[in-house]
Design a protein around this ligand. Structure first.
Ligand code: ADP
Ligand code: MG
Length: 201
């Protein structure tokens, strides 16, 4: 049996609005310009815009299949794996940790795996499998957004409103990017002064 040259794991991370999906779409489009065959997936938790594409807040899109679990991703990918050179995954933070061994398996089968996902939750805690994926990646791109209070580089995702559920899917109006100074992990109803945030200039 001929030994396959290993592929490459690329992790694109940062807060919401930092351009992760844009960067993933850019890399996948370049791969296709290089005539490489691309398969792209996203978890079905994120149906904000499209069921058959990933999209960025700047309205760029790339075809993608929606899958519910890592097992579904495997079942969708493996029948066509021989033809695929590049595997893209967006919103990877929503998958279980079984995405980690699948990624390792794919890289040893010679695939380039390009993933995008949030590094931290709205509570500033590491998000799902992303820290482990960053650790095993060949390359990590950590992007920042623009703080909606002061315009500085933002590393945090601020949830606006009271919900403490880990997953409340949405974008503008529900979340915004914040720098360390203006990030408030918990907005407590009982301390109303905490709700008085400076307005965006
Ligand atoms: P992510 O996937 O990281 O959430 P996207 O790639 O979907 O980000 O969107 C990035 C785009 O979002 C930017 O190019 C810009 O047009 C827009 N955007 C909106 N709010 C912000 C912000 N606070 N900081 C940076 N970009 C923003
Ligand atoms: Mg995105």
């Amino acid at each position: 049996m001929t030994k396959v040259a290993p592929g490459r794991i690329e992790m694109i991370t940062g807060p919401m609005f930092s351009g992760k999906s844009e960067e993933l779409i850019r890399r996948l489009k370049r791969a296709r310009i290089a005539r490489q065959r691309v398969a792209c997936y996203k978890p079905n938790i994120d149906l904000r815009y499209h069921r058959t594409a990933i999209s960025s807040h700047s309205s760029q899109t790339h075809d993608a299949s929606t899958v519910t679990t890592v097992e579904d991703l495997r079942s969708a990918l493996f029948p066509q794996l021989e033809e695929i050179e590049v595997v893209g995954i967006d919103e990877v933070q929503f998958f279980s940790e079984t995405i980690i061994p699948l990624t390792v398996e794919l890289v040893h089968l010679g695939k380039r795996v390009v993933m995008a996902g949030l590094d931290t939750t709205f509570a500033a805690e590491p998000f799902g499998p992303v820290p482990d994926l960053m650790a095993i990646a060949d390359d990590v791109t950590k992007l920042s957004a623009v703080c909606m209070v002061c315009g500085a580089p933002a590393i945090h995702t601020q949830r606006l409103g009271q919900s403490r559920e880990l997953v409340v899917v949405g974008a503008a109006g529900l979340y915004e990017a914040r720098c360390r100074t203006h990030f408030q992990p918990w907005i407590d109803d009982s301390k109303s002064e905490q709700l008085e945030l400076p307005s965006v200039p």
